[in-house]
Design a protein around this ligand. Structure first.
Ligand SMILES: Cc1ncc(COP(=O)(O)O)c(C=O)c1O
Length: 388
């Protein structure tokens, strides 16, 4: 990392009240929920201030400009075109566009990993009543396995929906390779992106992704209830409408003359958005995306991995601990999980010391982000060593 990047990270750390030493908290849990920084919190507050005095139509103009910027910032983040990006409320929202929008019929099969977060399972299971079956691909050593994927693909396989990064052990799937396999077999490739979006660089076309869904409440550092989705340009016209919104057509911000029921839907992913928009959250998400893009995801990835390197070095030097994440360059991520005989107790001790990390599937999960620094990791190591 260059010196100037280091100082940018330092500057950004100061924007996050959670890093204030007086509070005594060490937050290493962005895989659960990202903390808000001041510019994002201010965007929420400014909106509530504004609504007390401003004409609604003036706010409409501001919010729709922010929505345009969100689509631009989302496109920058995902190597896509802004016409392919929409504002969603969560990962679930984008995954439901995929599950209920893709042209599937009775007898078709959806492939899922058997270690997915449930957000990427229930929407697909709900297709059962239309005769669409889910087939789980067996993982090996709690990692998605390409051999088993190849074996699972059959004539009726029409969709694969998979996490970018596994939530519990941080295993980063090789999306370009998996996307190639999907393309070869004419299978739609859907990605639950939330655990990699904002910490791992990815370009939609490089991985042949058809639909990508991500909540913004974790690594994008935006409030709960915000998210983005990507829908590949050529797929948009083939999708059925899982729902239709009055704001999926162009009113040109003139909401005074509304008895027009024949307006064409936007020729862009935004037609799958749902109005009326939660403006406070729109302003907040815009600020959060700007922050991530100002640093650049590649720099964030390097920063987070460098922090985890120090923890890995310590864990490997202690026989008591076993790292349950992959350390292979192409499969590691900003999430590191490790365990030991008394992992639950150790986790409780960590939390008692105001170090916030999660316990998932038998392992302690640590997930540092752009506002963390080496002293945060060293604090964790001290507690693991039994020191305070
Ligand atoms: C992989 C993964 N997908 C989805 C979610 C959450 O989905 P949503 O944003 O719809 O609440 C989480 C965590 O909360 C997750 O780890």
């Amino acid at each position: 990392m260059t010196k100037s990047k280091d100082s940018e990270f330092l500057k950004i750390r100061k924007l996050f009240p959670v890093t204030d030493r007086k509070k005594g908290i060490t937050y290493l849990n962005s895989a659960s929920t990202g903390p808000l920084c001041r510019p994002v919190k201010d965007a929420l507050y400014n909106y509530y201030e504004m609504t007390q005095y401003l004409e609604k139509s003036a706010i409409d103009h501001l919010a729709f400009a922010s929505l345009d910027n969100i689509r631009k910032q989302g496109a920058l983040l995902l190597g896509a075109h802004s016409d392919e990006i929409g504002f969603g409320f969560s990962t679930t929202y984008g995954l439901n566009i995929a599950a209920f929008g893709l042209p599937l019929k009775s007898g078709d099969e959806v492939l899922l990993s058997d270690i997915e977060f449930p957000a990427n399972v229930y929407p697909w299971l709900a297709l059962n009543e239309r005769g669409i079956r889910v087939k789980f691909v067996k993982s090996v050593n709690r990692r998605f396995n390409l051999e088993n994927l190849r074996k699972a693909i059959g004539k009726r396989s029409k969709v694969l929906s998979l996490s970018f990064v596994q939530f519990f052990n941080g295993f980063k799937n090789d999306l370009p390779e998996i996307g190639r396999i999907c393309r070869e077999h004419d299978i739609y490739f859907i990605v639950d992106g939330i655990q990699g979006c904002g910490n791992e660089p990815l370009k939609m076309n490089d991985a042949n992704i058809d639909i990508f869904a991500s909540g913004a409440q974790k690594w994008l550092l935006s409030p709960l209830g915000t998210g983005i989705f990507y829908i590949r340009r050529e797929l948009q016209d083939k999708l059925r409408f899982p729902f239709a919104s009055w704001l999926s057509v162009d009113w040109k911000l003139n909401f005074t003359d509304l008895f027009h029921y024949d307006l064409p839907f936007f020729d862009a992913a935004r037609r799958f958005e749902m109005g009326t928009y939660p403006y406070a959250h729109v302003f907040a998400l815009e600020k959060a995306l700007e922050l991530i893009n100002s640093l650049g995801v590649r720099h964030i990835q390097r920063h987070n991995c460098a922090l985890l390197d120090e923890l890995i070095y310590y864990l490997n030097s202690e026989r008591q601990f076993r790292i349950t994440s992959s350390l292979e360059e192409k499969h590691r991520s900003s999430i590191l999980a490790f365990t030991c005989d008394n992992a639950r107790e150790i986790h409780k001790e960590v939390v008692r010391n105001k170090i916030i990390a999660s316990f998932r599937e038998g392992s302690i999960r640590v997930s540092p982000h752009l506002f963390n620094n080496q002293s945060d990791i060293r604090r964790l190591i001290r507690v693991l060593q039994g020191k305070k």
